[in-house]
Design a protein around this ligand. Structure first.
Ligand code: HGY
Ligand code: MN
Ligand code: MN
Length: 387
């Protein structure tokens, strides 16, 4: 089932995927989702925030059990982060049908919109809008690299931006949510197990730094006369690494925009994005405060620590472990399951072993047998939760 997706949004030169929300690639992926739902006779709905739901049963009668993930990707991402959870959701539903299971509760497959925030900067946009974790005014005004707002982009995609925002009716249909995801570390490889369960998601956020200077000629401007924003930017990158090591957190400057971007000109403006995460919120906050000192900084997103529902976590570990409880692992990666958990929805996650741990890269990989073990574990979990 992953096969038909392999060409969508793929950069032939690198093998990486570029699947920004609402881009042509994303629209193609959304159509694929609709086709998979239709083929299975599921009831397809798009909610007010662009999230796609495929229902077996009617969630307006009683809250259902939902599984799924996202289909968008980081720029130059791998094939599994997101799609594995959606494909496994459909495959697990197929497996339940093969087993002759008739769920006692509605069963839903979801595709959350714009999980990575690659285009507008805020991750988990679909689930944040759904739960009210971000307000529609702020979300709709966010711009992409072309300067188009989310509102413009939604309208162009034939959506109704004025409908965006907290959606209690859709949320009421979600009695529980389980997201399967490729692991983004080597925890399961170390345990020698194909499937694990999430314990908690580290607190994390993104901050934009703006360094302003004066554009000028690279040949004729004396060094002493320059106001070059590249210099404070470079100091900030090195300070980030040093502060992260000192405070025991992870921090990354992975995106930078230099304007105007001439090889033969001193730049006038550098914008840089800091991603910082750690086990302890105070440490992450202290790192950002330290780096922000004296700079123009704005917080683009912040996600507090998420501890998944302990009863559900233990139940998942027992059922997904097939005899020996599955390992329970914390993660530094953000997920829609975390946003739902923070909104009070009982939520949990299954991880599928990633032999190298590499993710957000074309090198991301999971073995076929492990993916299949993930589907079986997910089907077992859904069968248990739908009883
Ligand atoms: O960035 C993240 O942690 C996630 O993969 N969206
Ligand atoms: Mn990701
Ligand atoms: Mn993901």
């Amino acid at each position: 089932m992953l096969e038909p997706l392999t060409h969508i949004g793929r950069d032939a030169a690198t093998g990486g995927y570029v699947r920004d929300a609402w881009s042509p690639a994303d629209m193609e992926l959304r159509e694929w989702f609709a086709g998979e739902a239709g083929r299975r006779g599921l009831d397809l709905r798009e909610d007010r925030n662009g999230n796609l739901w495929a229902w077996w049963g009617d969630p307006s009668r009683s809250p259902g059990v939902v599984t799924g993930s996202h289909l968008d990707s980081v720029r130059q991402g791998g094939a599994y982060d997101g799609p594995l959870g959606v494909v496994s959701a459909f495959a697990a539903l197929d497996l339940l049908r093969e087993r002759g299971v008739t769920p006692g509760r509605p069963l839903g497959v979801v595709c959350f919109t714009d999980e990575e925030g690659a285009r507008f900067g805020v991750p988990c946009m679909g689930s944040r809008l759904l739960t009210g974790a971000i307000g529609p005014e702020r979300a709709l005004a966010l711009t992409d690299d072309e300067g188009d707002t989310l509102a413009d982009v939604l309208a162009r995609a034939g959506r109704r931006p004025e409908w965006a925002g907290r959606d209690d009716e859709t949320l009421a249909g979600v009695g529980a949510f389980v997201e399967l995801h490729v692991e983004q570390g080597r925890g399961l490889a170390a345990h020698g197990r194909p499937v694990g369960v999430a314990a908690a998601i580290w607190p994390h956020g993104r901050w934009r730094f703006d360094f302003r200077g004066r554009a000028d000629h690279a040949g004729t401007t004396r060094l002493a006369d320059r106001d070059d924003p590249m210099l404070p930017f470079a100091r900030m990158v090195l300070a980030t690494r040093a502060a992260a090591e000192r405070r025991g957190v992870v921090a990354t400057v992975g995106k930078v925009r230099v304007r105007p971007g001439n090889a033969n000109a001193v730049p006038g403006h550098v914008a840089a994005w800091l991603d910082a995460r750690g086990a302890e919120e105070d440490d992450v906050r202290a790192l950002v405060a330290e780096l922000a000192e004296g700079h123009e900084v704005s917080e683009e997103s912040w996600t507090p620590v998420v501890g998944f529902d302990p009863a559900l976590r233990d139940r998942l570990a027992r059922v997904a472990g097939g005899g020996t409880p599955a390992p329970v692992l914390p993660t530094g990666a953000g997920h829609d399951a975390g946003i739902l958990a923070a909104a009070g929805v009982p939520a949990g996650m299954l991880f599928v072993r990633n032999p190298t741990g590499v993710s957000h890269s074309p090198e991301e990989h999971a073995e076929r047998a492990d993916c299949e073990a993930g589907v079986v574990a997910l089907a077992d979990v859904l069968e248990d939760l739908c009883r």
